[in-house]
Structure formats: structure tokens, C-alpha cells
Design a protein around this ligand. Structure first.
Ligand code: WAQ
Ligand code: MG
Length: 269
């Protein structure tokens, strides 16, 4: 009989604010060690010791798993975060997001998208056509879950990313998350940068151009960050988008092309 797979999810908070989270899909024999590893990660957060850590484990119906290929990876080097945000604006606009909607989204992440400029636990959903925010709870947002690498592919991807100089765990995790988001019917593009004060690289992802890293999207030391998913409600309903992002199990078993970093060239039309 095939081994059962389990979704393992962790989230931790401090002072009522999101601190860290992670999601994995692992074989039944690896559930215990995975919850330990994720709990350790929360306990060792640079920000402080969490007030609470929540680990959930759910069995996955293997018949519902989508096997998919990760997006291509590009890296654009920018001189400062202002230029990085202009690059994000340009890449979002190329993905089909109107400039005013994209500019508003960038300002929202920079200000902290949660209530009173806080960090959200999940992502903001924005209607790509109108710029309207769609998530029901602006503190929680939509949390993408139930995605991972297939177990025999993990070491291969780690080696590939290492060769490309991208062996930070944040790259691998964000690439997997962006891969799942892009596989969701109705998603047009994603904008992300970390809430970790010392991690300034972020990305814009879309189906055509893939995972496009931008070396600097915020001032070093800035604790704000987040994710915004731009969605097309003419091709998918809000509920079907949320259900897919939260519940559909997606396992990646192949990588796209990984390009060498290139300097961002401004191409104002
Ligand atoms: N679903 C939805 N939103 C999430 C999730 C999730 N599973 N995990 C995190 N977020 C949101 C949440 O609002 C966080 O505050 C925000 O994203 C940032 O999370 O190629 O590390 O874990 O060099 O800080 C991107 C660039 C790094 C990596 C992103 O995000 C690279 C990162 P963080
Ligand atoms: Mg994280």
C-alpha cells in the first residue's frame, strides 16, 4: 500500500501579531519530525519568543493531489528599494495589472497591509480589474497551504538552487508558494516581499514570466511585508479561489529555468 501523505502547517504569533508560519506535505513517517522542526523554527525566531504556536496535521486524499512544475526563476538587481518598487510596478503592468492598481498594491505592502499598518498572517486578494480588496478578514487574509516539493525532488531542487547561488530557505519556500498561487485558476499575478526586517528581496510572479526576483523592495530594517494576489473574477469565483489556495494539495516535481542575475534596466514606455 502507498504511504499516506499529510499536510503539516505551523503558525506562531507574538502579542497578537503573526510571527512566522510554514506548510509542508510529508509522508506519515515524517509527520512527527516535521512538527518538531517547524516548532523549533518558531521558537528560534529572531523577533522573539512566540506567545503561541499552532501546528495542524491533516491527512491528504492522494487522488486530489496536483503534480506540477515550478515557475522559471529570474533575478533583477536594483540599486535601491525605490528602483525595486518601480521594477515591480513595471513587471505587474506587463502581467496585465493596470498601473494605478499595481501602484496602490505596492503602497499597501509598504505601509503594512493589516489593520493599523500591521503584518497579516496571510495574503491580500485584489480584484485585478478594479483594485478592490476582497479578503474578508484583513488581519488573517488568505493563507496558502497544502503545497510542497515531492520528497524525491527536494534534494535535487536544493542542489540546483545552491548552484545558482540561491540556497536560502526563503527562496525555496517562496518559489513553492508562488508556484501554487500561479497554478490557481483566476490568479493573474503575485507581489511579495518578506516581513523579516533584514530580508529585502521580493518578487513579482505571473504565469508567462514566472518567479521574478527583485533584489531590493524595502528599506533594510523595515518590519513590514506581505503578499498580494491579483485575481480575475471573470474567470473564477472568490470562493473557488480561496478554496483552491487554502485546500488544494499541490506537489512540485520539476523545476523551470533559473537565469543568472541581471541588472534591472528601466524601460519606461
Ligand atoms: N499564504 C499567504 N500569505 C503568506 C503565507 C502563506 N502561506 N506565508 C506568508 N504569507 C504572507 C504573510 O503576510 C507574511 O507576512 C508575508 O507573506 C511575508 O512572509 O526569492 O520570506 O515568510 O529571495 O516573510 C520572498 C523572496 C521572501 C525570496 C518572502 O516571506 C527570494 C518571505 P515571509
Ligand atoms: Mg514565512
Amino acid at each position: 500500500m502507498k504511504t499516506s501523505l499529510y499536510s503539516v502547517r505551523m503558525r506562531a504569533s507574538i502579542g497578537g501579531q503573526h510571527l512566522t508560519g510554514a506548510e509542508r506535505i510529508v509522508a506519515e513517517g515524517a509527520v512527527a519530525e516535521t512538527t518538531t522542526a517547524l516548532t523549533k523554527r518558531a521558537m528560534n525566531s529572531a523577533v522573539g519568543s512566540p506567545d503561541d504556536i499552532c501546528c495542524s496535521v491533516d491527512k491528504i486524499d492522494s487522488a486530489t493531489i496536483l503534480y506540477a512544475k515550478l515557475p522559471d526563476v529570474k533575478t533583477f538587481l536594483v540599486d535601491n528599494f525605490q528602483q525595486g518598487q518601480l521594477a515591480a510596478l513595471s513587471l505587474l503592468s506587463r502581467a496585465g495589472i493596470q498601473k494605478n492598481v499595481a501602484a496602490k498594491a505596492i503602497d499597501l505592502l509598504a505601509a503594512g497591509p493589516g489593520p493599523d499598518g500591521t503584518v497579516m498572517r496571510g495574503a491580500v486578494l485584489i480584484d485585478a480589474a478594479t483594485g478592490q480588496r476582497l479578503e474578508k478578514n484583513p488581519n488573517r487574509g488568505v493563507r496558502v497551504s497544502r503545497m510542497d516539493l515531492s520528497s524525491d525532488f527536494r534534494s535535487k531542487l536544493e542542489a540546483t538552487l545552491k548552484t545558482a547561488g540561491l540556497n536560502h530557505y526563503r527562496v525555496l519556500e517562496a518559489l513553492v508558494l508562488a508556484g501554487k498561487v500561479l497554478s490557481c485558476p483566476g490568479v493573474v499575478a503575485e507581489l511579495c516581499w518578506s516581513d523579516a526586517p533584514d530580508y529585502t528581496t521580493g518578487y513579482v510572479a505571473d504565469l508567462q514570466y514566472g518567479y521574478q526576483r527583485i533584489s531590493n523592495l524595502k528599506m533594510a530594517g523595515d518590519p513590514c511585508g506581505g503578499r498580494i494576489f491579483f485575481v480575475d473574477l471573470t474567470t473564477a469565483s472568490l470562493q473557488s479561489l480561496i478554496d483552491y489556495l487554502e485546500l488544494k494539495p499541490v506537489l512540485f516535481n520539476a523545476v523551470g529555468t533559473i537565469s543568472a542575475p541581471q541588472k534591472w534596466i528601466t524601460n519606461d514606455e
